[in-house]
Design a protein around this ligand. Structure first.
Ligand code: HEC
Length: 155
C-alpha cells in the first residue's frame, strides 16, 4: 500500500467514525430540528416577541457592543454578525427562558432581556432557535452545532 492510499484510508476511517459518533446521539440531543414548520412558527413568534428589540431582520440595535447612556447593553443581532451562534442549543434555550436572570450577576443589572418561561413553551423557544438557524451561514451553523455537541457531551 503506498503512502497516498494509506492517507486516503485513514481519512475515510476518520470520516466513518465521526459519522458513527453522530448517529449514536439521538437527534433531539444534538440540536433543535430545522424544518419548514419549526422555522415558520419560529419566525412568527420572533416577530411577535423579539423583533422590537432584536430587529425585524435580526439585525439588533445600534452600537450593541457598548452600554447605552443608562448603562444597559442594547439588544445584539441574531444574524451572522452577532454571537448568538457561538452558543449551543441548550445555552440559547436557557438564555431565552430565563432572560437576564440567567446571567452572571455582574451582567444582570446591565441587561433588559426579558424571561420568557411564563410566556413561551420550550417547543416555542426551540422553534425560534430553528428560525435563527435558518438564517445562519454554513460556517456559523457548523460552529453552533459544535457548541451544541460540546454541551451534550459535558452533561
Ligand atoms: C426588551 C428588549 C428585548 C426583547 C423584547 C428580547 N430581547 Fe433578547 N436580549 C436583549 C438584550 C439587551 C440582550 C443583551 C444582554 C443579554 O445578553 O442579556 C439580549 C440577549 C439575547 C440573547 C443572547 C444573545 C447572545 O449572543 O449572547 C438571546 C439568545 C436573546 N436575547 C433572544 C431573544 C429572544 C428569542 C427574544 C424573543 C422571544 C428576545 N431575545 C426578546 C433584549 C431583548
Amino acid at each position: 500500500m503506498n503512502k497516498r492510499t494509506r492517507r486516503v484510508l485513514i481519512w475515510l476511517s476518520t470520516l466513518v467514525s465521526v459519522w458513527l459518533a453522530g448517529c449514536s446521539t439521538a437527534p433531539s440531543q444534538i440540536g433543535v430540528p430545522v424544518t419548514s414548520e419549526t422555522v415558520a412558527l419560529g419566525a412568527e413568534l420572533y416577530a411577535q416577541h423579539c423583533a422590537a428589540c432584536h430587529g425585524v431582520n435580526l439585525e439588533g440595535q445600534e452600537n450593541w457592543k457598548e452600554r447605552d447612556a443608562n448603562g444597559y447593553y442594547p439588544a445584539p443581532p441574531h444574524d451572522d454578525s452577532g454571537h448568538t451562534w457561538h452558543h449551543g442549543d441548550e445555552n440559547l434555550r436557557g438564555r431565552i427562558l430565563n432572560g437576564a436572570e440567567g446571567l452572571d450577576p455582574a451582567f444582570q443589572a446591565a441587561s433588559v432581556m426579558p424571561a420568557y418561561r411564563d410566556t413561551l413553551s420550550v417547543e416555542q423557544v426551540d422553534a425560534i432557535i430553528a428560525f435563527f438557524k435558518s438564517n445562519w451561514g454554513p460556517v456559523e451553523l457548523e460552529r453552533q452545532l459544535e457548541a451544541t455537541q460540546r454541551e451534550a457531551q459535558s452533561q
